[in-house]
Design a protein around this ligand. Structure first.
Ligand code: GDP
Ligand code: MG
Length: 715
């Protein structure tokens, strides 16, 4: 039997339970691949069922069939080109009105279809009354109720899909667009005859509707595929559009969307009744406050502020314990390992590097805990809703706001948090600008430099750096949107799910998974980079005779004067420390990192930087706060932190305040630490990570260049 193999495509809104149904259907025997030419993932699985070989394709989750996003184009092109035998449209039946917007557009394509009314349990709980038979009659396809999360109704769904794929006649429905539009559609359809769409009236009508909606992707495809007079068709389309605009005073696409909603409303009016339970009312009441035009944003700001308080106040304690643990470990290893180099590698290189990353784990875990809490309770959707209007102005989604906020704490969880953006372009833009939300590790650098060069206005200076970061985030979001990630912003249909009491188990699992991923990174790639950094900063080693001053003799002389009682113990120790710091500075200058700094110094001269600043910036790749201790070493101040007066004096002696400010800008703008880049790579691939590193470095250089060159004219 030749027809025993069937292709089934799953289409539906995000969150309708598509993945759940897919897993139910395929028993997770899935194959993940990419759609040709695009980066949207495609999942497919093959099963045998009642003698049929069924291939199931999971199309990307979409709200509409416009050309607003790659996902939508992929989904509709798959249907138009590969012509699946049957489409299963998965619908969240507890949210029918909104979900059916995609359904009517799928209906317009005229393909064999089954409607899967998923989430039937929730609909039931809501007290929804549905006349399935009548609605199926009104819309066309059979309706099967399922509960994906419990695997209920899956067999019926498959049976129905097989049945529909075998039928030769399907009920085809034209959404009525009103006389004015219908007249124009007819004209366009006539012009659209061969060579484009020879046989299928439904597809011809669909194409005509898309042309009226000014869908550029459809126009482009007609141009590619046809050999007829497309210009003539487009002329008719444009006069149709003008005609509609003239008499109706709106764009045809608005009328078309209205007609679709009207069709849905009409169908539901007849076959569907929503019970007025109190639950819904409470949610609505709470929402009138939380999503209020005026109160929404202040409330959101307050909740985010509370979240940060929670994370950083509570996180302080485990952080101190971990720090203490690593200190003890270092002391222990220091006494256990006799070999100087090996000790330095393990204590300074590995424990220093990996420990510096591990130490943030409690903060990250707490942050994820807080986010999971906000997500699962239903508040996050409100926050995105509230921020959406603001974020749209800069070409982003309301949801992007969440990772950006997290970025002010730490960029690593921010990159991971970008996953809440379903659309790939939105996600990548959000990740690429996240670095400008200055993370916590940069703050010590600002405190050091602002305190050194602008002691009277340190607070304002630091604030200006944060502000400049935000401005660059906005600018780059715009720039990326019109260059690398071109495309219009998908219209934002933010569903507001009912508030729920989150389950502790769910939240803990979420938190654990994300935090563990972070720790795993520290144990692998960060370990490797720490070792490399250690080598760079340690080798080649300076020989005793190569020190520029005879430190060893000075040390010997000091020891003698101490033993003869000429100087006190305190003074002796001070002077020894001073000499050792000088030696450390020379060691560093002699090392590969020091040489690299000197070698590339000319590139940074036009920014006002010297080789020490270059070396400090290189060390900042390990983690930005390391810049402070690097400055300490470079200027022979042992154990310096951001408030060391000795270090501040040295910096003031060596750099003009303009250079100090410029260095802060540079630190703000170039990509964050290696831990974050490792996460970036996992989330977005090597190419995007390299782009992130490349473009932020170039930007940091260019901005610092301009500031220094202009500033120089005034000093
Ligand atoms: P997708 O975005 O369409 O792929 O949706 P998912 O399959 O990821 O489902 C979203 C959420 O809805 C998950 O937490 C599922 O467990 C849950 N879910 C899926 N189907 C049902 C259902 O029929 N009833 C209920 N109560 N939850 C469901
Ligand atoms: Mg999914």
């Amino acid at each position: 039997m030749a027809s025993s193999s069937i292709t089934v495509a799953l289409a539906g809104n995000p969150n309708s339970g598509k993945t759940t149904i897919f897993n139910n259907l395929t028993g997770m025997r899935q194959h993940v691949g990419n759609y040709p030419g695009v980066t949207v993932e495609k999942r497919s699985g093959n099963i045998s069922y009642k003698g049929y070989d069924i291939e199931i394709i999971d199309l990307p989750g979409i709200y509409s069939l416009t050309a607003f996003s790659e996902e939508e184009i992929v989904a509709r092109n798959y249907i138009l080109r590969d012509k699946p035998d049957v489409i299963i449209n998965i619908v969240d039946s507890s949210n029918l009105e909104r979900n059916l917007y995609l359904t009517v557009q799928l209906l317009e394509l005229g393909f064999p279809m089954v409607l899967d009314f998923n989430m039937a349990d929730i609909a039931k709980k809501k007290g929804v009354k549905l006349d399935k038979g009548l609605l199926s009659e009104l819309l066309g396809p059979p309706i099967i109720e399922t509960v994906g999360s419990k695997g209920k109704g899956i067999d019926k769904l498959l049976d129905s899909a097989i049945k529909v794929s075998k039928e030769t006649k399907h009920k085809k429905i034209d959404i009525p667009y009103g006389d004015e539009i219908e007249n124009e559609l007819r004209k366009i359809m006539t012009a659209l005859k061969a060579p484009w769409i020879p046989e299928d009236r439904m597809i011809r009508r669909w194409t005509a509707v898309k042309l009226m909606e000014q869908d550029s992707e459809v126009t482009a495809r007609l141009r590619d595929e046809g050999s007829g007079d497309l210009e003539k068709v487009l002329e008719i389309v444009s006069s149709s559009i003008d005609h509609i605009k003239n008499i109706m005073r709106v764009q045809p696409e608005v009328l078309i969307a209205d007609a679709r909603y009207g069709f849905i409303k009409g169908a539901l009016q007849e076959a569907y009744e929503e019970a007025d339970t109190e639950n819904v009312d409470i949610t609505e009441k709470v929402d009138t406050i939380l999503t209020n035009r005026f109160l929404g944003i202040p409330i959101f700001a307050l909740i985010i502020w509370l979240m940060f308080q929670f994370v950083f106040t509570l996180g302080k304690y485990p952080m101190q314990w971990i720090e203490l643990g690593f200190e003890k470990l270092s002391i222990l290893l220091n006494s256990l390992i006799n070999h100087d180099l090996l000790r330095s590698l393990i204590v300074d290189g590995i424990i220093g590097g990996v420990g510096g990353v591990i130490i943030f784990t409690p903060n990250i875990a707490l942050l994820f805990f807080a986010i999971a809490l906000l997500e699962d309770s239903g508040y996050m959707a409100r926050a995105a809703f509230v921020m959406d209007r603001v974020m749209h102005r800069i070409g982003l989604h309301g949801k992007s706001f969440i990772p950006l906020i997290i970025g002010f704490g730490c960029t690593v969880p921010a990159y991971m948090g970008s996953r809440i953006l379903e659309n790939k372009k939105d996600r990548l833009i959000t990740m690429h600008i996240n670095t400008f939300c200055s993370c916590g590790a940069r703050l010590p650098v600002y405190i050091l430099l602002a305190g050194t060069f602008f002691p009277a206005y340190a607070g304002n200076v630091i604030f200006s750096i944060y502000l400049i970061g935000i401005i660059f985030a906005i600018i780059m979001a715009k720039v990326l949107r019109i260059t690398r990630f071109r495309g219009e912003l998908e219209p934002f249909v933010m569903e507001l799910p009912p508030y729920r009491v989150p389950t502790m188990k769910g939240i803990l699992i979420h938190t654990w998974e994300r935090a563990w991923m972070y720790v795993k990174k520290a144990g692998t790639i960060i370990l490797a980079i720490s070792v490399i950094m250690w080598f760079l900063f340690t080798f080649p080693m300076i020989g005793e005779e190569e020190y520029s001053q005879d430190y060893l003799m000075q040390l010997e002389a000091l020891e003698q004067s101490y033993e003869t009682g000429e100087i006190t113990e305190i003074k002796y120790q001070d002077q020894v420390a001073a000499i050792e710091a000088e030696m450390a500075a020379e060691k560093l200058e002699f090392s590969a990192a020091g040489r690299m700094g000197k070698f590339i110094e000319p590139v940074f001269r036009p920014l006002g930087f010297d080789w020490r600043m270059v070396v400090a910036s290189i060390s900042g790749v390990a983690a930005k706060e390391v810049i402070v201790s690097s400055f300490g070493t470079l200027f022979s101040i042992g154990g310096a932190d951001e408030t060391s007066e000795g270090l501040q004096d040295k910096l003031r002696d060596n750099y003009h305040p303009l250079v100090g400010y410029n260095f802060m800008l540079f630190t703000l703008l170039y990509f964050p630490c290696m831990a974050s880049m490792a996460v970036f790579r996992r989330e977005a691939g090597t190419k995007e990570m390299l782009f992130q590193m490349g473009y932020t470095l170039l930007l940091a250089w260019a901005v610092a260049f301009i500031v220094y060159q202009i500033g120089r004219l005034f000093i």
